[in-house]
Design a protein around this ligand. Structure first.
Ligand code: NAI
Length: 469
């Protein structure tokens, strides 16, 4: 007779941000949790995504600072880049965070099983193919959090040399002289910005008429102006049709018979959910035609006792959305009435230079949704802290519902571009999600001198009053 499955309150398949957040949060509330992971805990975000990408972008920022230091009266010899040292530092940050996460999981007594988990009937999870050997687990509840993988397009087989996705790019030991980035989404823009600042000649090829989906037009314009100034060629409305490998590099064909010779092609055309390796036979879990697991607002699948979260479900593919969904699932498992994530108003932060951050409706999306809106826009040009730092490019734009007297009422969206905006979005996000009005938020004090004064000014001007501008 087969061994009895090991019993847990919750079995989680996948140890990325969604899975580990659910594990930590649930274990903190007293649940006995097993987490199954076939690679290292931390998932795409920690090993092949957010963390390593932002670390490389920070290197680009340091180089820009050193190159601009003469303005501050600091002269240095011409800075040079040792990309292997950059990579070593990136790895150190990743390793430290991985160790920290392992420690947290251990501290909360989460049992981690190493191997590939598959879900079967009656919430049984079979683990195989890893250090933990073949193990069978059963959870009173199961959370599927197996994440996503990079996508490519026909004709662009990833070889890790000339054609790469974010996975391979983050591990390169040297940057190319010339690169084509296919796709102008968050990944494409971050890599274009980083590579260009570190010396690569970059062309972005985007099929749609605009880059950065979801961003307000005024924000996109600032990014495009900066990219152009720094020599990044952004071509929109051009579908990439194929490429022809030559000596060392390749020639990419796009648009109306145009072509471009490069050393590296970075394919950043989105990600796909990893549902195909989850088993699911004998369960009622539904998978849609794109491979996403279908869930309700509390992340429940069609199989009783089985939840799904993170990039595996058709919600924004963001680590912090995975965190939030992990919390929702655990609250539901505990029998509480969870408050579902408001997906229309999640915070977005894109770490290209200049940085982009937003929550809620852009002006055009608010109008399309039928709102009568009033907007206010203030630029960093006159902001003291921005001048001190030497980065005055950018703006804050707030979109609010128009009231009878023409002033701004409920805040519908906060969109930012410029210095440190990814660190400034917090109060904008809070305002949107609290459904606060301009009059309420406009009364709050912003410390001086800070970049966040611009948010205060922008909100205040929606009330028909102003301080500086
Ligand atoms: P994306 O879906 O945001 O953008 C991909 C872009 O590629 C689209 O604009 C699409 O029109 C374009 N495209 C598709 N096929 C094309 C073709 N044949 N030729 C030219 N252009 C083509 O996907 P991305 O940037 O790869 O990011 C994947 C996910 O990762 C996103 O959902 C994003 O939320 C997340 N992410 C978020 C980050 C952040 O918030 N800082 C950073 C990195 C990723």
């Amino acid at each position: 007779m087969a061994d009895q499955p090991e019993q847990f309150d919750v079995v989680i398949i996948g140890g990325g941000p969604g899975g580990y957040a659910a594990a930590l949060y649930g274990a903190g509330l007293g649940l006995n949790i097993a987490m199954v992971e076939r690679d290292k805990v931390g998932g795409t975000c920690l090993h092949r995504g957010c963390i390593p990408a932002k670390e490389l972008l920070e290197t680009a920022s340091v180089l820009r600072t050193v190159e601009g230091s003469a303005e501050f009266g600091i002269t240095t010899s011409e800075p040079t880049l040792d990309f292997s040292a950059t990579q070593a530092r990136k790895q150190k940050v990743v390793d430290q965070l991985t160790k920290g996460l392992e420690g947290l999981l251990k501290g909360r007594k989460v049992t981690t099983f190493h191997g590939t988990g598959t879900l079967h009937a009656d919430r049984e999870v079979r683990v195989a193919g890893g250090e933990s050997g073949d193990v069978t687990l059963r959870g009173d509840a199961v959370i599927l959090a197996s994440g996503s993988a990079t996508r490519t397009i026909p004709g662009f087989d990833v070889d890790g040399e000339v054609v790469v996705t974010s996975d391979e790019l983050l591990a390169l030991d040297r940057l190319p002289d010339r690169a084509a980035v296919i796709g102008g989404g968050a990944i494409g823009c971050e890599f274009a910005s980083m590579m260009s600042d570190l010396g690569t000649d970059v062309t972005v090829l985007e099929a749609l008429p605009k880059i950065l989906p979801g961003c307000d037009e005024d924000v996109t314009k600032v990014v495009l102006r900066s990219f152009k100034k720094r020599g990044i060629d952004v071509r929109t409305g051009v579908a990439v049709t194929g490429h022809d490998r030559g000596e060392g590099g390749t020639t990419v064909s796009f648009g109306d018979g145009e072509s471009l010779e490069v050393d590296l092609v970075v394919v950043s055309v989105g990600r796909r959910p990893l549902s195909e390796s989850l088993g699911l036979e004998g369960t009622a879990v539904e998978v849609d035609d794109r491979g996403f697991v279908v869930v309700d607002e509390a992340c429940r699948t069609a199989e009783p006792g089985v939840w799904a979260i993170g990039d595996l479900v058709a919600t924004p593919a963001l680590a912090h959305v995975g965190f939030a969904e992990g919390i929702v699932a655990i609250d539901a498992i505990l029998g509480e009435e969870p408050i579902g994530v408001d997906y229309a108003a999640v915070p977005w932060c894109i770490y290209c230079h200049p940085e982009v951050a937003f929550a809620g409706y852009s002006e055009s999306a608010a109008k399309e949704a039928g709102f009568d809106v009033v907007t206010s826009k203030h630029r960093f040009t006159g902001n003291g802290r921005a001048m001190i730092v030497g980065e005055t490019e950018g703006l804050v734009k707030v979109i609010a519902e128009k009231q009878g007297d023409g002033t701004g009422g409920r805040i519908l969206g906060v969109h930012m571009v410029g210095p440190w905006v990814t660190e400034q979005l917090g109060q904008g996000y809070l305002a949107v999600n609290w459904e606060a009005t301009a009059a309420e938020v406009g009364r709050f004090i912003q410390p001086h001198p800070t970049m966040s004064e611009l948010f205060g000014e922008t909100i205040m001007s929606l009330t028909g009053r102003s301080l500086h501008g």
